[in-house]
Design a binder for this molecule. Structure first.
Ligand code: PLP
Length: 396
């Protein structure tokens, strides 16, 4: 065997895709599977967005574009950030990427190296940890605690920073927990970061438009004092039900955006042009579909939390954002991953075991409520039936 670079042995992945494949395989075998595993909206992309892409293709927009994205799309991003968050961001600082994920890949590559440390949320999106390990940097988990509503604590986060820390990753609203960090805590974190001027910050705000109970999203763009070291990650996947279009963006300090542009040129060249035209229509067009999707997620959120709290041995805090519930299943007598497997194999309900999001995820399951209310109700009934069976029938 010809040896590949040893760093690849450290590369992880996202188990949600493995669960999706397993669920699809069981479905092919004729099993009725309810999929609460994958983190993508079950809605279709709004028609005016689809039409904009079709029109772009018909108009002959078939070529390479600027590696940073077409100017009108970067301008639309600036206008959207101004409208939504009151933030002034020059289109020159915006990078259009093939999905939000690419921005974390770039940021972690830029700051991760042996001898450095990167602080990241745990439980958190698994690619953070995977990419940190890939670079050889030391991954420093920042525990997201149930008693804190799965928000991050400014004090605990700051206590994890050392002179070797080069990057701090934060994510609110959060995957996999649905936790939203309150603005006062973000104020405290930013104030504390003044003591650590050599730490770059990656703020993953891809669920920024999915908050509930009237909570406003607090963006790290709101803090001018960290703008020279802030990378903001966002995109269209979750807000506009556009996961398959592969369209995201990030906002960078000028010098780092130039490095990111070079990485783009060295890898994907540019995002496909039809998706970019769709992105303009999404931002500039009517936003009522975003509000409608949020309202529907909210209904499901309430149903899922209520149902989970009725299950034997299960307790669930009410998530304040994103479209995930993260119930504590430690009272069931099962470890989380065997429970997720048994629920899939025996009850036909796909969920993800908390440990797939980090060591602090043990004792929890992630359920995505990006599925119809009817599917959610059926899944909860199956889980109730499964967990209500006599202990002797369980193989935990
Ligand atoms: N960040 C978080 C926290 C996510 O949950 C996801 C997708 O699940 C992404 C980023 C990546 O989104 P995209 O599909 O746009 O690459």
């Amino acid at each position: 065997m010809i040896a590949i670079h040893p760093a690849f042995a450290r590369l992880g992945e996202e188990n949600a895709f493995a669960v999706l494949a397993k669920a699809a395989e069981l479905q092919r075998q004729g099993r009725d599977i309810i999929n609460l595993g994958i983190g993508q909206p079950d809605f279709k992309t709004p028609p005016h967005i689809v039409e904009a892409a079709v029109k772009a293709l018909r108009d002959g927009e078939h070529g390479y574009t600027d590696a940073t994205g077409i100017r009108p799309l970067r301008e639309a991003v600036s206008a959207d950030l101004r409208r939504r968050l009151g933030a002034e961001v020059s289109p020159e600082l915006v990078l259009i990427t093939p999905g939000g994920k690419v921005s974390m890949y770039m940021a972690i590559l830029m700051f991760g190296a042996e001898g450095t440390e990167i602080v990241y949320p745990d439980p958190g999106f698994p690619i953070y940890r995977s990419m940190i390990d890939f670079t050889g940097a030391t991954a420093v988990p920042n525990p997201m605690r149930e008693e804190n509503g799965f928000a991050f604590s400014a004090e605990e986060t700051l206590s994890l920073i050392t002179p070797r820390t080069r990057l701090l990753i934060v994510n609110s609203p959060a995957n996999p927990t649905g936790g939203v960090t309150p603005p006062e805590e973000i104020d405290k974190l930013v104030a504390g970061l003044a003591a650590w001027p050599d730490v770059a910050i990656l703020s993953d705000e891809i669920y920024g438009q999915l908050t509930y109970d009237g909570l406003a999203h607090r963006s790290l763009l709101d803090y001018p004092e960290i703008r020279d070291r802030l990378i903001l990650l966002d995109g269209w996947s979750k807000t506009y039900a556009m996961t398959g279009w592969r369209l995201g963006y990030s906002v960078w300090p000028k010098a780092w955006r130039e490095v990111a542009r070079k990485l783009a040129v060295n890898s994907y060249s540019c995002v496909n042009s039809a998706s970019q035209f769709a992105g303009i229509a999404a931002l500039d067009g009517p936003q009522d579909s975003v509000a409608a999707m949020r309202a529907e997620f909210d209904r499901r959120r309430k149903a899922v939390v209520e149902g989970l709290n009725r299950l034997p041995g299960v307790t669930a805090v009410t998530p304040k954002g994103a479209f995930y519930a993260f119930p504590n299943v430690s009272g069931t007598g099962w470890k989380a991953k065997p429970l997720a497997s048994a629920l899939l194999e025996e009850a036909g309900v796909a969920t993800i075991g908390g440990p797939d999001f980090g060591v602090f995820g043990e004792g929890y399951l992630r359920l995505s409520y990006a599925a119809s209310l009817e599917a959610i109700e059926r899944a909860l009934a199956r889980m109730a039936d499964f967990l209500g069976r006599p202990a002797s029938a369980k193989a935990g």
